[in-house]
Write a protein that binds this ligand. Sequence first.
Ligand code: ADP
Ligand code: LRH
Length: 474
Amino acid sequence: GETIYNLAFDFGASSGRMILSKYADGKIELEELHRFSNDPVRIGKNFYWDTFRLYHELKQGLKKAAARKLPIKSLAIDTWGVDYALLDKDGNIIGNPINYRDDRTIGVIDEVGKIVPLKEIYASTGIQFMNFNTIFQLYADKKMRPDIYEKADRLLFMPELFGYLLTGKKYNEYTMASTGELLNAKTRDWDFDLIKRAGLRTDIFGELVQPATIIGDLLPEVTEETGLSGVKVIAVGSHDTASAVAGTPLFDKDAVFLSCGTWSLMGMELDEPILTDESFKYNYTNEGGVEGKIRYLKNINGLWIMQNLRKNWCEFEGEVSFPDIIRASREAARKDFVIDPNDPRFTAPYNMMKEVIGYCEEHGQGTPEGLGEIAMAIYNGLTQEYGKVVRELEHLTGKNVPCINMVGGGIQDKLLCELTAKNTGKKVVAGPIEGSVLGNITMQLKALGAIKDREEGRKIISNSFPQEIHMPEA
Ligand code: ADP
Ligand code: LRH
C-alpha cells in the first residue's frame, strides 16, 4: 500500500517534541526530529509560558522536516491542558499565556462556588475541580488582568494558538475545551449557561471542531520561512491526554489507562459521563475524548515531583540523570518513606528536596537521607496513590479492572512500572512511550481517510511497538 508521512508536535509541560511518522503496511515507525525543553518564566508575581520560544521551536521542527524532502501529508499539535491565549480582534496575542501553575487562581474555586454551587457545575461539566481549570483562570483574569480580559476578542487554547499561527485559522477543539471545565459533558458543547452564571464572557469562544478534522494549509509566510509545503494542519485530540488515551492499546473495555508524564492521568474510557454526587465527592473528571468517548479519570500530581527533585539536585548537589535516581532508589537503605503527591506543597515549590524531606519529617517518618531515600518517598507516594485510584475507579464504575496500560515518558522508569504493579495489585502492560504522539498520528491518519477509527489505530500501534508486562507478585 501507500506510505504516509505525518508530523506530530507534542508539547508537554517539561519538554516538547516533533516526531516524524511513517505509516506503511499496517505499521507505524517514529523518528524524533526535534526535541526541546519547555521552560516557563517567572515575571514578577506571575508564571508564564515562553510562548514565542515554543513557536520558534515548532518552526525549527518544520525546517528539519522540510530538509528530509519527504511527501509529508499533514501535521497536528497537542499540548498540555487548560491554558490559552487571548487575541484581540486583529488576531494579536494580548497578554502572554499564563502557566497553569501560576498562583492567581488560588481560592478561586471557592469564590466561583459562591455564585454557582460546585455541585451544579459538576453535574453539567463533570470536570474534576482543580484551581487551574480554564473557567477559574478566566475568572481570575477578569479580576487581575481586566484590561486584557475585556479587550479579548477570542480565546484559543495552546494547540489552537499554534495552529492559528501556522494557518491563520481560528478554531476551538472539543477535547481541549472539555478539560477547561467549560462544556456540558452530555451535549458535548459549550455550557454558555454556566459561563454566563459565573459572570464570564461567552463571546470569546468559537465553534468546536472534533478530533480528526482538517483545518487548512500552512500560511505562505510559514512555507517560505521553513521550506515546508503541501502539508495540511489537522486538529486531533489536541489535549495531550486525549491523544495519549487514543494512543494507548486498550483492548479490554475495563482496562485502566495510566499516562505517566508531568502528570499521572489514570482512568477508563467510557461511552457516557458519570455525573453522580459520588463521582463529584471523589472528584473524578469526565474529559471529552476522541470519537465521542469520555475519559473518566483522576489527575494525579505525577512525575513533576521527580522532575523537580532532579532539577534541584542538579542545582544544589550535582548532576544526576533519571537513571541515576532509579539506581540510587534501588540501593536506598530505607525504602519505606512515602509522601502524598497531591499535597499542595508539591505543586510549585522552589525546592522539591526540602518539601519531600519536610513532609516525611512532619509525618513522623524520620528524615530521608540522600537521593535514593528521597526519591523512594516519591515512588511510594505516586504508586500507592495509583492503587487508591484503581480501587476508587472499580467502586465508581462497578467494573473489575483486569490490567493497567501505562504509556508516556515515565514508563522508561522500570522501577515506577514495577512499583505500580505491586501497589495496585494489577498486571501492568507498559508501552508505547510516545502515547500522545501516536494518538495524534492515528487521528491524522483517520482525518486523511487512511484508517477507520481509534480502534484500528490502537491495533496498528500495538503491532508496531513493544509492550512490557509487569506482574504484581514479581
Ligand atoms: P511530559 O510530556 O509531561 O513533558 P513525558 O511524557 O516526556 O512528560 O515524561 C517525562 C518523565 O519521564 C520524566 O519526568 C521522567 O520521570 C521520565 N523519564 C524520562 N526519561 C527517562 C529515562 N531515561 N529513564 C527513566 N525515566 C525517564
Ligand atoms: C498533562 C495535562 C493534564 C492536565 C494538565 C494541565 O500534560 O494535559 O491532562 O490536566 O496537563
